[in-house]
Design a protein around this ligand. Structure first.
Ligand SMILES: C[S@@+](CC[C@H](N)C(=O)[O-])C[C@H]1O[C@@H](n2cnc3c(N)ncnc32)[C@H](O)[C@@H]1O
Length: 388
């Protein structure tokens, strides 16, 4: 079977765990780039990665790559592709262009030129052309521009892969599912270990952990772009889905715990777990994190605390965070604790010294994942930066 060039974008900062995941799924020639991972594999591998990757945002299939200088080069490049081998003119289309240091003045115009080239190619060959649908397109073409190279991709995912289809309630600022899964990978958590999120919101960390513990494929309950491409092999896909069902396993004792002080957040978490049939695997309760007790003598605490703390800003969080630090110190000795936050001074705010800080992007927001290894007496002496 022919090997394809594939690219999986991901939240920036998760390239390494994504590369490890792609290798374990069977990807070859795996190479890290900023914001994603390049790899090679068969069309079947592209199905498999869509079904199983917990960290990728999409799986893009490279159809052409060349140097370019201007919009005309881009048009010529797009027109040189035999799109009719990939999809039909009666399918709807969306083109997206992203760029790093491109000399082009307008990415909107570049998008139009690529769309025109695809449509002109179809019109030349069959006398009909696809129509554009930016909201629910059947086919998505992605273009990635650097200073001098243009790469055209077909999007095999369709809707981004973080849309797993398990969210039932809308809550404020939920983490993207693939960011949460990538953070779990960065913490090194394994299903045998206890996991706790004391500010769980809609429960993204807990649900992603439960999916991992049960060996459930994150894409088992959704549709993909590749199903709409010419040459789609339904039998191959059915085989992968059956294999995924067979790999589901019952988790042992529930060792995943979550809480939030908001009733609405607890309900949202429980509803999603219920929809997945996983409510017995995660213990969720309504609680202020400051009253949390460690559910075991050791484990991994991972959380995404409320945002919006700047040095010197008057905020209830400025009193909450030092208290949270005290709770960790008094009741979580023996635990490894991870917090994803955009507050770069977070260790100062909770008065703990971090053992690791990993840059990550939550959408466009630059964040850090702070690691604190809790041993007795790990609270900093002296005033925190927040108090100075
Ligand atoms: C940024 S959200 C977490 C989002 C979550 N990771 C998700 O994916 O949905 C922060 C959460 O902290 C909760 N929270 C704030 N203060 C709290 C406290 N003192 N105790 C427990 N939960 C708290 C809020 O109710 C909110 O759900």
């Amino acid at each position: 079977m022919a090997l394809l060039s594939l690219f999986a974008p991901c939240p920036r900062g998760l390239e390494e765990p994504l590369a490890a995941e792609l290798k374990s799924l069977g990807g070859t020639d795996v190479a890290l780039l900023p914001g994603g991972v390049q790899f090679r594999g068969t069309i079947e591998l592209s199905y498999r990665v869509n079904l199983w990757s917990r960290i990728a945002s999409r799986v893009l299939l490279q159809v052409k790559r060349a140097e370019y200088q201007n919009e005309q080069d881009l048009y010529d490049l797009a027109r040189s592709v035999r799109w009719g081998g990939w999809f039909a003119p009666d399918q709807t289309l969306r083109v997206d262009v992203t760029a790093i240091r491109s000399p082009l003045r307008s990415l909107e115009f570049a998008t139009l030129r690529v769309k025109d080239a695809i449509c002109d190619r179809f019109r030349d060959e069959v006398g009909r052309r696809p129509t554009v649908d930016t909201r629910f397109p059947e086919i998505r073409v992605s273009v990635f521009l650097t200073q001098d190279s243009a790469t055209l991709y077909l999007d095999t995912s369709g809707e981004p892969l973080f849309k797993r289809g398990y969210r039932t309630d809308s809550v404020e600022a939920p983490l993207r599912e693939n960011l949460a899964a990538g953070i779990l990978a960065l913490t090194g958590w394994a299903p045998e270990e206890v996991l706790f999120d004391p500010m769980c919101g809609s429960g993204t960390f807990l649900i992603e952990a439960a999916l991992i513990a049960h060996g459930i494929a994150p894409g088992a309950n959704r549709a993909f772009g590749f199903e709409r491409l010419i040459g789609f092999e339904p039998r191959q896909w059915e085989r992968l889905l059956t294999e995924a069902k067979d790999l589901r396993r019952p988790a042992a004792q529930p060792s995943i715990y979550g809480s939030d002080r908001s009733e609405q957040a607890v309900t949202a978490t429980l509803n999603s777990l219920h929809g997945l049939g996983l409510e017995a695997s995660v213990k969720v309760s309504k609680m202020n994190a400051l009253h949390a007790e460690a559910p075991a003598t050791a484990g991994i605490l991972v959380s995404n605390p409320p945002y919006g703390v700047r040095i010197g800003e008057e905020s209830e969080l400025l009193t909450y965070f030092p208290q949270l630090g005290n709770t960790l110190k008094q009741r979580f000795a023996g635990w490894r604790c991870y917090f994803l936050t955009d507050a770069m001074n977070f260790p100062g705010l909770i008065r703990l010294r971090e053992s690791r800080r990993t840059p990550l992007f939550n959408g466009a927001i630059e964040c850090r994942l702070f690691e604190f290894r809790m041993v007795t007496g790990s609270v900093k002496k002296g005033p925190s930066p927040a108090e100075r």
